[in-house]
Ligand binder design. Structure first.
Ligand SMILES: [Mg+2]
Length: 308
């Protein structure tokens, strides 16, 4: 059974209550705990040695990633993170300095985004280090962005550059909180997701949630230097990496096509250091299509699957 099938099975008939605004199937759960103008965002992510980092990774970067993954999901809902708890699993013979350094990486990122670390638990994990971070945040009820609201004809944008994150970015990415909040404050963002499983796979999530298809323009996809390096100069392989590699932690979102020009200009003023590309559009026909020069073909490859 692959990851997608597993998640579909587990999501069936989950217990719910009247406080749930958005249950499983978006970047964060959204719950109404009676705050006047805000909903609460709720998120958990596990970061496992041998899966999300290798034993030779810098421990500060491991801590950065463990918390950063949650922050990226809060960004995808245009929310603000508040506080996190951490469950730490360690082998019997752990190195205290290594663990301190993991926490140093988490602390630094938490400080930057004014996130409190408010507790957790430690456990023996015989074979490998595991870090599980659970985080709550808030989002203004009239500003929450889901995956479901894309419309046919919407322009699709992506921040930053994609592919080849295995060469370093997966441990050093910056969660796009400032950008997501800016976007939502200035534009009617119809749907948004963070690119964690690969552009093609995360776009499919957005398409399915919105009941639409999408068409990507190959030459507009921002292929990273790392993707080119990984592909050793093969342009086709580099594009494939940009479409399928995971853990870029960039934002993918849909807006009205008529917003494109002002958005590009305003973005360049607000975030001159960060690339923003219009990579395609949402369409009524189902499926993901890739346009290269004169040809339009179905893109059927998928990104990372833990159990495939
Ligand atoms: Mg996500």
């Amino acid at each position: 059974m692959n990851e997608r099938e597993l998640i579909q099975n587990l999501m069936r008939d989950l217990p719910s209550n009247e406080q749930v605004v958005v249950g499983a199937g978006d970047d964060c759960a959204v719950v109404d705990l009676g705050l006047a103008s805000d909903w609460v965002l709720f998120k958990i992510d596990a970061t496992i040695e041998g899966v999300h980092f290798t034993s030779d990774a810098a421990p500060e970067a491991v801590g950065h990633k463990a918390l950063g993954r949650c922050l990226s999901d809060v960004a995808a809902m245009a929310g603000t993170p508040s506080c996190a708890v951490i469950a730490l699993g360690l082998p019997h013979s752990f190195d205290p300095a290594y663990v301190q350094a993991i926490y140093q990486g988490m602390r630094r990122l938490a400080d930057r985004y004014h996130v409190a670390l408010v507790g957790g638990e430690t456990s023996l994990s015989p074979e490998r280090i595991t870090l599980t971070v659970s985080l709550i945040g808030t989002v203004s009820k009239d500003r929450c962005v889901r995956r479901t609201g894309a419309q046919p004809g919407d322009a699709l944008f992506v921040t930053g550059e994609l592919g080849g994150s295995i060469l370093g970015k997966h441990l050093s990415f910056e969660p796009r909180l400032a950008q997501a909040n800016w976007l939502r404050a200035h534009y009617d963002i119809h749907a948004m997701i963070d690119v964690s499983d690969g552009l093609a796979t995360d776009l499919r999530h957005l398409m399915e949630a919105s009941g639409l298809g999408a068409e990507l323009l190959a030459k507009n996809i921002p292929v990273s230097q790392a993707a080119r390096r990984k592909a050793k100069g093969n342009a086709g392989a580099a594009l494939q990496a940009a479409l399928n590699d995971g853990e870029d932690f960039e934002l993918l979102f849909a807006v009205k096509a008529t917003d494109c020009v002002t958005l590009k200009d305003a973005w360049a003023q607000a975030f001159p250091e960060l690339n923003l590309r219009c990579i395609g559009k949402m369409i009524s026909d189902p499926g993901l299509k890739l346009r290269t020069q004169d040809t339009l073909r179905e893109w059927t490859q998928h990104g990372y699957d833990h159990f495939a």
